[in-house]
Structure formats: structure tokens, C-alpha cells
Design a protein around this ligand. Structure first.
Ligand SMILES: Cc1cc2nc3c(=O)[nH]c(=O)nc-3n(C[C@H](O)[C@H](O)[C@H](O)COP(=O)(O)O)c2cc1C
Length: 171
């Protein structure tokens, strides 16, 4: 069971929770299906005086198709003992298998947007804006690290989402 909370009561360290513990970015619905990926790039803050979340998704990801199709997406944060599942979901594609079922995770809808029963915190976002990374503006060392070989030209799309719901698992 989850309870809805206000952003003033939301206490996480985004450097740790996103960058080091990772999150799942999820989109879809009951008719078209749901997909998810593990993300460690992102942020939380404000845009246009609205609570906002920021994510960076490569167009090659299957999840990208779901995010593009839908108006909303969610960010799910998990207890530490789920990290190996996040590792799996971040290295296998929903194009090839039912990776969510394989990891024993269960989709639960939050205001119509899919997240996970097993998460301890869910952020529901409505897409507000996107823009595509441009190779010429990325530092050469990061091009070398993240956009060479098969990832050449697979530049991330940046999405800013308005935070429309925060859900915390009840103790
Ligand atoms: C720790 C970790 C962080 C990741 N962060 C991102 C990210 O921020 N953006 C992204 O597009 N892919 C990221 N990935 C890669 C995707 O999670 C991975 O390619 C996934 O298999 C895509 O699944 P899909 O094809 O089902 O969408 C990350 C992977 C891992 C393991």
C-alpha cells in the first residue's frame, strides 16, 4: 500500500538515490503494455515554477517508444536488496523478453501511470518538454565514453516532467 505525499515531505538525496542506487523509468498502459529501464542519469527540481523531474533516454531503448507514446512516465525507487534486479532491467531489453515478469516485479498503476508494487517510492510525471542532445555541444571525452562505436549518434533525449504525484510505501 502506498500513500500520496507532498513534495515538502519528500526527503531523498538525488545524488545517492538516482546516481548511485538507480531508479526505474516506466511508461505505458494496460492496452499497449508497459516497459521499463534502469536509469542513473536524471534530476529533481523545478521548471516553470512546477515540481519537476529530468531524465535522459537514448532513442534506441524500447522504453523510449513508450515514453514517446504516452503523456506520463514514472520514476520508481527500490530498497537496496532489489539492486541486482535493476542491474538486469538495465542490461536486457523488453523487446526481447518479459524482463519485468522475469524479475518478479508487479506493475501497479498510480493515477493511471505504471510503477511497481515492490518500489518504496514512486514519482509520477507528466511530460512538459523534451530536447535532443547535440553531438557538437558534448565534451569530447564524454563523446568518447558514451557516444562511440555502436552508440554513435544515439544521443539521449532529455525530458522534463512535471511531478504530478509522489507515493511512498506505507510502513
Ligand atoms: C545503472 C544503469 C543506468 C542506466 N541509465 C540509463 C539512462 O539514464 N538512460 C538510458 O537511456 N539508459 C540507461 N541505462 C541503460 C538501459 O537501462 C538499458 O539499455 C536497458 O536494457 C534498456 O531497456 P529497454 O530496451 O527495455 O528499454 C542504464 C543502465 C544501467 C545498468
Amino acid at each position: 500500500m502506498f500513500e500520496k505525499i507532498e513534495s515538502k515531505d519528500f526527503l531523498i538525496n538525488p545524488f545517492q538515490s538516482i546516481g548511485r542506487d538507480w531508479m526505474l523509468v516506466t511508461a505505458g498502459d494496460e492496452t499497449g503494455g508497459v516497459n521499463t529501464l534502469t536509469a542513473c542519469w536524471g534530476g529533481l527540481g523545478d521548471l516553470w515554477h512546477k515540481d519537476a523531474a529530468f531524465i535522459f533516454i537514448r532513442p534506441s531503448r524500447y522504453t523510449y517508444e513508450f515514453i514517446e507514446k504516452m503523456d506520463t512516465f514514472s520514476l520508481s525507487f527500490f530498497p537496496g536488496d532489489c539492486k541486482s534486479k535493476l542491474g538486469y532491467l538495465g542490461s536486457h531489453s523488453g523487446r526481447d523478453e518479459d524482463k519485468i515478469g522475469k524479475m518478479g516485479l508487479h506493475v501497479e498503476y498510480f493515477d493511471g501511470t505504471p510503477g511497481f508494487e515492490e518500489a518504496e517510492l514512486i514519482i509520477v510525471c507528466r511530460k512538459m518538454y523534451h530536447l535532443d542532445f547535440v553531438g557538437g555541444r558534448i565534451p569530447a571525452n564524454e563523446i568518447e565514453r558514451f557516444y562511440s562505436n555502436e552508440d554513435e549518434n544515439d544521443f539521449h533525449r532529455f525530458y522534463a516532467g512535471e511531478v504530478t504525484g509522489l507515493y511512498r510505501k506505507k510502513q
